[in-house]
Ligand binder design. Sequence first.
Ligand SMILES: [Zn+2]
Length: 304
Amino acid sequence: MKSAKVNIIKAVSLLICAVFALSLISCGGKESAPVEGETHPTVESLNFTPIDTEKPENETATENTQEQTEEPETEEITEDDTTEQDPPETGGTAPLALMYHLILDEPYSALESLFVRPSELRGHIEALIEKGYTFIFADEYGMYDTKTVIMSFDDGYLDNYTEMFPIIKEYNVKVTVFMITDYINGGEYLSEDMIKEMSSSGLVSFQSHTASHPALTTLSEESLRNEFSTSNSVIEGLTGRPVKAICYPSGQYNDLTLSVASEYYSFGYTTVSTNSTAGYPYLELPRLRVNRGYSKEAFASLIN
Ligand SMILES: [Zn+2]
């Protein structure tokens, strides 16, 4: 009897080990190295391995290579996960931050998950309005006591003007575009005139996504300063408004990045995907990644 009990315990232990090993294998299938853009920036060069489309439940930040190596495949990062970080020091509530890229029905690259349909964006905006969110800019973090959302668009693609801009005007909501300033007027990207028109509408804030979208972790301090100061001066020259926020290309940053960035920016946004910025440092704010295929209901289930 006793040995039977021991055998059962052994069998259960083996089963637990097997499940654990399997989970390690599935979590291990992370991102390969980023494919860096060279002379002709494209969607492919800026955004890396495609992630699952049509499956909000598998949401995870795939671009970030620093903080997610052992994390479970879930957007649920709780307070417990961030207890070692300094909480923001404002009196306002911690906003929800969202990460988008392109708004188009027909993807023109293999990275289909980045192409959120215009109808889906409408659904997301409606869900946010119904849940009582106020839309604020990325550089207005922590300024409000109400329930706030920062809807952000990375890179500054052309469709942000042709597809996204009309929709946000219709709903009268504020969004932020993290612009790669070297790519302005570059075909697939926003032009100077578009940026001026969008900014002067009062509904679009342009903030920094650096000048050339490099892997910031590979840069010297001098190169970091060049990236930050160039992008800021280009954007400020076009919009007449100060740049106070940065989104790190591909979510890559290190201690030097943060140190230099702190001299140029009040807020830094990453690709860590979670539905609350509560408890994160100002220069390492996470954003929930929004993919193609998220219906209004699927999106609503991801946010509070
Ligand atoms: Zn980018």
